[in-house]
Write a protein that binds this ligand. Structure first.
Ligand SMILES: [Zn+2]
Length: 428
């Protein structure tokens, strides 16, 4: 059966612009896209009430916690949260139990994804056995066709030789290495940015070098090996400068940052676990460099680093709480409200950062165009509300954005033409 979606402002990926279009979806594929489509007998017609239709968002950096810790999040709750956030594809990091470091261990995660996922879930494979950030490397070839890319996220790969070998292997296999950059020897028990707030409140700080020294090392290794290399959750101005330089040299290096690094500085911290994540929220100068990096294309895309924990794990203040905040249900409205509505960024640019670029960098399907899978999101950009963690579909509730006033609400999320999320206000 064919479904025709009409009465929406549609972002066409093939034109990279908005217009008034109608879409036809058949067997999960967008089969027609034009200013006016003639409905035939048997077609279902859906009136989108003048809402905005955009390509499904892609988050290349999330944590879904299973196998291992279903009390924090499951594939079901994590993917429902993603669909509510407008995401149709998400890529979970491998800090799991068991970690996806072999065909057998990856199969455990794959079985859960198959049973529970309501959006597309493309898992990462580990770089090191047990995702330890050191020691023996995994057999990359054995799982290469079943993973999105390789990462030890949650940890940096500590040894340069291990990272070089991993990049050599991945270059041969045509897979990207996606790196959480953190020199463990420089952390010294730190848990927030080593800056003004940290000093004033007598906390232990995480220096910026702990991130950018490894970024610099890995860019050099990417140059030597030719491996596609993507930097996770960039938080420091030095990392932005290194990435800009690498791109100027034409290296296969890209990077992401997350909304919390763009919207907060260490002076916004409160003595509350919902302000704690790794890497930490940095200084004003870092924030400004990240925004510049997003605006000039140095930083390629936005990810959330959605990292749910239980209320108990997040209830122990800055020093005692686990690292990580949730982000899938707040990323789009936060960026839309604080960058698009303020006139700093066009909506087209935000779609580039959250939907087009991740697909381009990693060769993923999707986009609003004829012949693509019907993965798209319908938004009410006029809807205003305050962020209320109690309404989250994620099991995680810790966000520094509680009570922030935002605009932009997901009405409908379709994955392969099937409803993955539908707002209660919308009766299609
Ligand atoms: Zn990380």
């Amino acid at each position: 059966m064919r479904t025709i979606y009409q009465n929406a402002e549609v972002y066409r990926t093939d034109k990279k612009s908005f217009g008034r279009y109608e879409l036809a979806v058949e067997n999960g594929i967008i089969t027609a896209l034009d200013e006016k489509l003639e409905a035939e007998a048997g077609d279902e017609v859906v009136n989108l009430n003048g809402y905005t239709l955009i390509p499904g968002l892609v988050d290349v950096h999330v944590h879904l916690r299973v196998p291992g810790n279903p009390e924090k999040e499951t594939i079901e709750t994590g993917t429902r949260a993603a669909a509510r956030g407008g995401y149709t594809t998400i890529c979970p990091m491998p800090n799991l139990k068991p970690a996806p470091d072999s065909s057998e261990n990856l199969a455990v995660q794959e079985a859960l994804i198959k049973q529970e996922a309501v959006v597309k879930v493309l898992p990462y494979g580990c770089i090191t056995l047990g995702q330890k950030g050191r020691g023996e490397l995994i057999d990359f070839a054995s799982i290469k066709d079943r993973v999105f890319a390789f990462s030890d996220d949650g940890r940096g790969v500590q040894g340069a030789e291990e990272m070089r070998e991993a990049m050599e292997e991945c270059a041969k296999l045509g897979k990207a290495v996606v790196a959480h950059c953190e020199v463990e020897d420089l952390i010294e028990g730190g848990y927030i940015h080593k800056g003004a707030y940290c000093e004033a409140h007598h906390h232990k700080g995480i220096c910026s070098e702990s991130e950018w020294l490894q970024v610099a090392r890995d860019i050099e290794l990417s140059r030597q090996t030719g491996c596609q290399y993507h930097i996770c959750h960039i938080s420091t101005k030095e990392s932005v400068a290194l990435l800009r330089q690498a791109k100027a040299e034409g290296l296969r290096v890209t990077g992401e940052t997350a909304p919390h690094y763009l919207l907060l500085t260490d002076m916004d911290l409160e003595e509350d676990g919902r302000f704690k994540m790794n890497p930490p929220i940095r200084s004003k100068a870092d924030q400004e460099a990240l925004i510049k990096g997003i605006m000039d294309g140095t930083i390629d895309c936005l990810a959330t680093d959605h990292a749910p924990h239980t209320a108990e794990e997040k209830g122990k203040g800055l020093a005692g709480s686990n690292m990580g905040i949730v982000g899938l249900e707040t990323a789009f409205p936060l960026m839309y409200t604080n960058f698009v509505k303020t006139g700093q960024m066009t909506l087209e640019h935000l779609i580039e950062l959250m939907a087009n670029k991740p697909r381009e960098l990693f060769g993923l399907e999707g986009g609003v165009a004829v012949g693509e899978c019907a993965d798209f999101t319908v938004l009410d950009l006029e809807a205003s509300y305050n962020i209320d963690p109690e309404t989250f579909l994620s099991k995680g509730r810790a966000t520094p954005f509680t009570d922030w006033a935002v605009q932009g609400k997901t009405i409908l999320t379709l994955v392969n033409g099937k409803v993955a999320y539908q707002d209660e206000s919308f009766n299609k």
